[in-house]
Write a protein that binds this ligand. Structure first.
Ligand code: ZN
Length: 312
């Protein structure tokens, strides 16, 4: 476990409730104990290995923080999926069928609510990040906003009228069908759909085609335009279906220099002027909360479950 204490942050007081926060990712869990958006009092990172080990290490972190700082008012969990986020379901808080070994059926909520004796707010990692960006970041004040991450997988969450989008399950924006780029004959790597968006544009699909990450390709390599073309289709789909005020795009693949600009240009070309006069530089933006979007999403979920003022 890697942990650090925040420097110069005040300790919690009885007037400032403490929240436990988990951004449960597929490769690592980011943990925090916070009393408000600007005060992450303790943070740590644990590797996503087995449910028993990862949850156990996380519990140990919260236990230590709690004995130092005081009781936890609520926990927020923003988790990788597929995940049952229906509170009325007997499987609420369980990971659904996933290729990740050992995680199908894992309960990522009850071990924490039992140990900490507090209620939990739960959502997907990308819905959580959309919520945090909507409250405190790049989508502040937006009526309809999405958060998309492009990395090992492709996921998207949405914040509509202040609520994260959920229904029968949660959005699975990475699995939309895309028009294939004429210069791309890659079969696709999604075990369910082959050449859905995730199957052609996530990190592993990029690596399978070109043997390296997108940022390692030469500046003029056609792969850069191909990936931008696919991701732009998701952006235009969001415009068409969700009337997006803002589309926040992050994740490892977006660290590729110039990719965001290519996606904006390609989305504008594909939109073909249909969705009104839009400034695509203002529409498609990077996360304002950077790497903290996920864990701050968990904080927002915790605050909301006890009706705390998020200050937004
Ligand atoms: Zn798929």
């Amino acid at each position: 476990m890697v942990s650090r204490d925040s420097v110069g942050q005040a300790q919690s007081t009885a007037e400032r409730p403490l929240y436990a926060c988990i951004e449960a990712g597929g490769t690592k869990w980011n943990l925090a104990v916070a009393c408000e958006r600007s005060a992450l009092l303790r943070t740590a990172r644990v590797a996503t290995t087995t449910p028993v080990a990862t949850i156990g290490e996380s519990l140990a972190f919260f236990d230590a923080a709690r004995s130092e700082l005081g009781p936890i008012a609520a926990i927020g969990i923003a988790s990788f999926g597929p995940l049952d986020i229906d509170r009325a379901s007997p499987n609420w808080g369980h990971i659904l069928r996933t290729p990740k070994p050992g995680w199908t059926g894992a309960d990522v909520v009850t071990p924490f609510t039992d140990a900490l004796g507090c209620p939990a707010g739960l959502d997907t990692d990308v819905n959580g990040a959309a919520l945090a960006e909507g409250l405190w970041g790049a989508a502040r004040g937006c009526r309809s906003a999405t958060y998309v991450t492009v990395g090992t997988g492709i996921g998207g969450g949405a914040l509509i009228g202040g609520h994260t989008l959920r229904g029968h399950g949660h959005p699975e924006m990475g699995h939309i069908a895309v028009h294939r780029h004429p210069e791309d004959d890659f079969a696709g790597s999604c075990p369910f759909h082959g050449d859905c968006l995730e199957g052609v544009a996530n990190g592993p699909a990029i690596n399978a085609r070109w043997g390296c990450s997108l940022s390692e390709l030469p500046e003029d390599h056609p792969g850069r335009a191909i990936i931008a073309y696919y991701l732009a289709q998701l952006a235009v789909g969001q415009l068409a279906m969700l009337a997006s005020d803002r589309i926040v795009v992050g994740g490892g693949v977006l660290a590729t220099p110039g990719l965001l600009a290519r996606i904006r240009a390609e989305a504008e070309r594909l939109a073909a002027g249909y969705f009104g006069t839009r400034d695509f530089d203002a529409l498609i933006v990077p996360p304002a909360l950077g790497d903290d979007a996920g864990v701050l999403g968990a904080l927002a979920l915790a605050m909301r479950v006890v009706g705390a003022d998020t200050g937004a």
